[in-house]
Design a protein around this ligand. Structure first.
Ligand SMILES: Nc1ncnc2c1ncn2[C@@H]1O[C@H](COP(=O)(O)OP(=O)(O)O)[C@@H](O)[C@H]1O
Ligand SMILES: [Mg+2]
Length: 297
């Protein structure tokens, strides 16, 4: 069966997109024996750095040719340099031995920041197909392909939306984060609608889940935000703006120093602090994630 391709998106930064992509991906591969590919599409290269030190990353990507940037550069410049086998890092995080055998990473390069400008100069009618076309041959090799997206809805994110079957929106449990939910859902729906008819075999990409990060137990405001999020999700379901089975995946990920510190060690929290609340939350959330997406077509 082909991979379920899922984009982690939100037009806000700092809401836990990268943390969720990396840590859910790691748990799916480690505990649930899934073959997982993380595709880093953010010029900040955060999921790449979460899984390997900058020096190892730099040596691997070269001048960007072994990164997701190359597939955009190829499409824009009409070259054929991108080679998935050379670009992919197998068994992440990268240490002397692969630590999680079935966790692969297609790293990003900072040059991704130039893609928008390059697309302005070289107009491409089907710019949103670049990622899907380059990665299509890989969909049979994985159970999950997870896209870590930049904090916007520009061309790179549109590529992820086109290449994905579903998207997941991470949120912080506060008013500012949630206030954009409705507008964002409409935007994602509009973008997906625009491109869906171009997709041959696959259906329109839809928001199939939301999750919450930086949650603090016992904080009334945070519990109210969770309740508000559930209400909002039902409303959007009734309006057909999210998938009919869209759900708030639980548990919410608690704010934890261990998750934050695991970035410094370039490993997911289940490896750096296996007995922490961060590891426990991500273990449980990945189970909910797998159960949820296994039940979607
Ligand atoms: N559960 C958590 N507890 C504490 N800090 C976290 C947690 N999850 C993520 N962080 C930190 O919060 C910041 C934002 O998270 P990140 O995943 O990078 O967001 P985004 O990808 O949406 O910009 C990062 O510095 C990250 O290390
Ligand atoms: Mg990020």
């Amino acid at each position: 069966m082909a991979a379920k391709a899922i984009a982690f998106i939100n037009f806000k930064g700092g809401v836990g997109k990268t943390a969720a992509t990396v840590n859910i991906g790691a748990c799916l591969a480690y505990y649930r024996r899934k073959r997982v590919l993380i595709v880093d599409l953010d010029a900040q290269c955060n999921s790449s750095f979460w899984l390997m030190p900058p020096l190892v990353w730099k040596e691997h990507i070269g001048n960007g040719e072994h990164s997701t940037y190359q597939l955009f550069r190829d499409a824009i410049m009409k070259s054929k340099e991108f080679d998935f086998e050379k670009a992919v890092l197998k068994g992440m995080p990268r240490a002397t031995v692969p630590l999680i055998k079935d966790l692969d990473l297609l790293p990003a390069a900072v040059e991704l920041i130039k893609v928008e400008e390059q697309l302005q100069q070289n107009k491409h009618a089907k710019f949103y197909e670049f990622v899907a076309k380059a990665l299509k041959p890989q969909y049979e090799r994985y159970d999950y392909i997870l896209f870590d997206c930049p904090p916007n809805t520009y061309s790179v994110t549109k590529n992820a939306l086109y290449a994905a079957d579903y998207c997941v929106i991470p949120y912080l449990p506060d008013f500012l984060s949630l206030s954009g939910f409705q507008i964002f859902a409409k935007l994602v729906d509009d973008i997906s609608e625009l491109y869906s008819w171009q997709k041959s075999s696959r259906h329109k990409t839809s928001i199939a889940a939301v999750l919450v990060s930086h949650y603090r137990t016992g904080l009334k405001d945070h519990d109210k935000s969770l309740a508000d999020l559930r209400i909002m999700l039902s409303l959007l379901k009734s309006q057909g703006l999210v998938h009919a089975k869209a759900d708030l995946l639980e548990p919410p990920i608690r704010l934890s120093k261990d998750v934050a510190e695991s970035t410094n060690q370039h490993q997911p929290v289940i490896l750096t602090a296996p007995n922490s609340i961060g590891a426990a939350d991500y273990h449980d959330l990945a189970k909910a994630f797998d159960d949820h997406f296994s039940n979607l077509p």
